[in-house]
Design a protein around this ligand. Structure first.
Ligand code: ADP
Ligand code: MG
Ligand code: MG
Length: 908
């Protein structure tokens, strides 16, 4: 087949397709083709391409040659089946099924039994020997055609069905007999005429074409559109349409239909899992109208088909080399395969299955790494609720941000903040949240809303904060004003009652469900020995982590400010500290000293002695650094000099002003406070993020930087004298020009030289800079002249590149931006590769060409984000640094990045 011929075809028989043609044939079509070519029992049929769908949706009509191709393929199908579509005495029936490139479960439409009409229903009855079956199939066609093609409200059909059951005094549609169903067919036809203004088309070809168009159009059904937006599926892809000869699971007790998985998609356990419904067709299994039976049912009733099913599932697994899910039907003892695909699975199942497949010699460890993700791993590290029958589930909403949160219910943010400040754990419950709820969300253990999806305000902000969130729990009526909520089973929860919410499953429980730390986290914390298999999940994680460590090129460091965090990070596998923030060294009791420094700096004389104040801080800071360097002995520790604007270390402006006003009233002196107020007023900035901070502060008040550098140097000397191996690196923040960096560096060098001369200990500490302003990235070549390392501060770089103030934008309009599709994920969560990433790439390249040994790292939160890590591997950085808890995720992703890069280049 030539490619130019391919381009102009709109229809492919199943036998002509291939599993890799998902773009053209959709996932369902591509896999039906694959199964056909594997010789599995697939009812014959053909696929109309996504290209035809796109043409139809763009122009409003089919591509001209589609009609002829359709006739050609239908004729071929008819001659193969030895009957014609809708033939009166022995009709060929077909299903018309949607199927896009990416699976969109239940979002689009399928019509079964196309080809039945008032005449052929009798032919079908004759051929099958079952009137009941024929009319059951016909009423199904009328119902699906009515809903999908003619857009009639489904409840009309459901009501008529309920009436029929009442008349016959039965509870189950299985108990309706042929006469009941024949009467239902008449009623359905009346419903169709009444509600669509047209009669049900009796012409089978007309039915087929209308059904095909309806499937094309279902691509743009509102729920499909919103699903795509949520899942980031491009809206221009379109769906393919599969036309497939019908097989019948509703032909009596020796027939049935089911779904199955080749392994348990929940736990990953080996073995076949599935549901089966005897005497049923298609949707019945998933629609939940009858209770399904386990797969042991066909094993009992039809051993031969069951055996064949197991063999086929084994074939599919070894062919796809992964967990598959399937749809099948048994028609009077004959098994048919109707669908397969690589099955979705939980995080735990992903790790277990990947290592099982290694042990079964199906894939190697490299490939196993590509089958799990950092996101999976992060999910496994959250604590979880204990699984018990005693749990009382209130409802299930959308799992928006993982975690297990327990707390007392409050309905306002003010209340949340108030209760939390009294040490209470609270769950903030709102109909939906808005920017005014930020404080409440921050204070709460978890957030629960009754409206909004995965891109709602609550979901976006909670994910950004790493806070547990369940949103869109629309079965809950939330009455914020009177302070209670009502579930649809009538249970009322009042303010102060306790709820437990599971952000990984969306479940909401009444009362406090006990929480257990995850075994995976306990393993990373060194509390579980992975070789003593307590839990095969821990063993699976351990094996894949070891392989990731073996494969990765990127080093992983942690952002840690205290010795405790440093120790934790080391246990999690960190190979150094990439960002030690020193701000906390100026807080608490040390604040008084800082006030004095500031008073002196704004030129209020006679009130404070800057030297002395700084002097008093020196020994405290030195002790901090000794502790940190001890915890990270032998590993690099990148210390960022003071960064936030000065006024963050001062008392609140309003509070001070009130204080002074009261003093005035009472005629009190309060000189220090008055001076402080003057200083705070003078230092007040409209836009502190862009004000006097970072290197600017260090150059304006040189004492601040030199005090810190002195403390670092003294601590280093102490550690060396004590026989340690301290490896501090001094990092200058918010540099925009090489002059700033050189001035700061001169200060540093002078201090280091002085201390080195005094103590006789050589102090060759690397001095480098953050790259967190666009200007720094754009002049990276010059900066590299003066800097021994770069560390990309991607949080600030994202803020300054986009002109976003994170605290302002995330809570206000980010959910609207996500909703509108301006970006798929927040650029603060995953690095914006085209914009911010481009600056990173440019700075890395220019920096390295100036100084080949330049060390490159990243210390923004992106350092722990799976997608961003893939990008940093590509950009050739030396390390990523993230919070201690994310270190395992980063190790795994760094390993995956190497493997994935290699696979991509192999393919070229
Ligand atoms: P979905 O993508 O929603 O699963 P499908 O196109 O797979 O929709 O079809 C819906 C149901 O109808 C499934 O249970 C499927 O197995 C069944 N079905 C589809 N085509 C046929 C057919 N030719 N014969 C019998 N059952 C079918
Ligand atoms: Mg299906
Ligand atoms: Mg910064």
């Amino acid at each position: 087949m030539t490619t130019s011929a391919q381009r102009h075809r709109f229809v492919y028989a199943f036998a002509e397709g291939h599993r890799d043609w998902k773009d053209l044939l959709g996932g369902k079509g591509a896999n039906l083709a694959e199964m056909t070519n594997l010789g599995l029992p697939v009812p014959p049929g053909f696929t109309i391409t996504t290209e035809a769908c796109r043409h139809y949706l763009e122009t409003g009509h089919e591509p001209p040659q589609l009609r002829d191709e359709l006739v050609e393929h239908l004729t071929a199908l008819e001659s193969r089946m030895h009957k014609r579509l809708g033939q009166a005495d022995d009709p060929l029936l077909v299903s018309v099924r949607s199927g896009a490139k990416f699976s969109m479960p239940g979002m689009m439409e399928t019509v079964l039994n196309v080809g039945l009409n008032d005449e052929s229903v009798h032919g079908l009855a004759e051929q099958s020997g079952s009137q009941r079956f024929a009319f059951d199939s016909y009423r199904r066609l009328l119902q699906m055609f009515g809903k999908t093609v003619l857009h009639i409200e489904g409840s009309h059909f459901d009501d008529a069905m309920a009436d029929a059951k009442r008349r016959a005094d039965v509870s189950d549609d299985l108990e309706l007999d042929a006469d009941d169903l024949a009467r239902l067919v008449d009623e359905y036809k009346v419903i169709i005429t009444r509600h669509s203004g047209q009669e049900f088309p009796q012409d089978p070809t007309m039915q087929l074409r209308m059904a095909i168009h309806a499937v094309f159009e279902s691509w743009n059904a509102p729920r499909a559109v919103s699903y795509r937006r949520q899942e980031r599926i491009r809206s221009e892809l379109g769906t393919a349409v599969n036309v497939c000869a019908m097989v019948f699971g509703n032909l009596g007790a020796d027939s049935g239909t089911g779904v199955a998985f080749t392994r348990d998609p929940a736990s990953g356990a080996r073995g076949v899992y599935g549901d089966y419904l005897p005497n049923a067709q298609g949707e019945d299994v998933v629609a939940g109208i009858r209770n399904t039976l386990p797969l042991s049912e066909p094993e009992r009733t039809d051993q031969r088909s069951h055996g064949e099913l197991l063999t086929i599932m084994a074939t599919l697994e070894s062919h796809y080399r992964d967990l598959c899910d399937i749809e099948f039907t048994i028609e009077r003892g004959k098994l048919w395969m109707l669908q397969t695909r690589i099955g979705k699975r939980t995080a735990a199942a992903a790790f277990r299955i990947a290592t099982q497949l290694v042990d079964e010699h199906v894939i190697d460890l490299d490939e196993a790494l590509t089958r799990v993700t950092g996101t999976h791993l992060a999910q496994l590290m959250f604590p979880s609720f204990e699984d018990s029958d005693a749990r009382e589930r209130l409802t299930t909403g959308i799992a928006a941000s993982p975690g297990a949160a327990v707390g007392r219910v409050v309905f306002s943010s003010t209340q949340a903040a108030h209760w939390a400040s009294n040490g209470e754990d609270v769950i903030l419950v709102r109909r939906e949240t808005n920017p005014d709820d930020l404080d409440g969300m921050m204070a709460a253990r978890g957030v629960l809303t009754s409206r909004g999806g995965k891109t709602s305000h609550a979901a976006v902000v909670a994910r950004g904060m790493g806070k547990t969130c369940v949103c869109g729990a629309d079965e809950l009526a939330v009455d914020e004003r009177s302070g209670h909520l009502t579930a649809n089973n009538g249970v009322v929860i009042n303010e102060g009652d306790t709820l437990s919410i599971d952000g990984a499953t969306g479940e909401v429980f009444v009362g406090a469900v006990p929480v257990t730390p995850s075994p995976v986290t306990r393993y990373f914390a060194g509390e579980l020995d992975p070789t003593e298999a307590h839990d095969d999940l821990v063993t699976a994680v351990h094996r894949l982590m070891r392989h990731a460590d073996h494969r990765r090129r990127l080093h992983i460091r942690a952002n840690a400010d205290t010795p405790e965090d440093a120790m934790r990070a080391r246990r999690m596998g960190a190979e150094g500290i990439g960002l030690c923030r020193t701000e906390h060294m100026f807080l608490g009791e040390r604040r008084k000293a800082i006030e004095d420094v500031i008073l002196a700096s704004v030129g209020i004389d006679g009130t404070a002695d800057q030297e002395a104040a700084l002097e008093s801080l020196a020994p405290l800071q030195e002790a901090d650094f000794v502790a940190l360097l001890t915890a990270m002995d032998g590993q690099p520790v990148t210390i960022r000099l003071i960064d936030p604007p000065l006024h963050e270390f001062l008392p609140d402006l309003t509070e001070l002003a009130v204080h002074v006003a009261v003093a005035d009233e009472r005629g009190e002196e309060l000189t220090h406070t008055r001076h402080l107020l003057t200083a705070v007023r003078r230092l007040h900035e409209r836009n502190p993020m862009l004000g006097l901070r970072g290197v600017r502060l260090g150059l304006v008040i040189p004492g601040l930087f030199t005090t810190q550098i002195r403390a670092i140097a003294e601590a280093t000397v102490q550690r060396i004298m004590a026989g340690g191996n301290p490896r501090p690196q001094i990092m200058i923040p918010l540099v925009g020009s090489v002059q700033e960096l050189e001035l700061a560096k001169d200060q540093a060098r002078a201090v280091l030289r002085e201390i080195s001369e005094r103590t006789g200990v050589p102090l060759d500490l690397p001095i480098g800079t953050m790259i967190e302003l666009p200007r720094a990235a754009l002049t990276a070549g010059e900066l590299a002249d003066a800097a021994e390392f770069f560390s990309f501060g991607t949080n600030d770089l994202t803020q300054t590149t986009w002109g976003f103030s994170r605290d302002d934008v995330e809570g206000s309009f980010f959910s609207a931006y996500l909703e509108k599709g301006i970006f798929g994920v927040s650029p603060f969560e995953s690095i914006d590769t085209e914009g911010v990433g481009r600056l990173v790439g440019l700075a890395a390249a220019e920096g390295r060409s100036q100084r080949p040994a330049l060390e490159l790292g990243v210390c923004g939160e992106h350092g722990g984000d799976p997608d961003s890590i893939q990008f940093f591997e590509h950009a050739g950085l030396d390390y990523v640094s993230c919070s201690p808890f994310r270190v395992p995720v980063a190790r795994l992703e760094a390993g995956r990045a190497v493997v994935r890069n290699e696979t991509v280049s192999d393919d070229r």
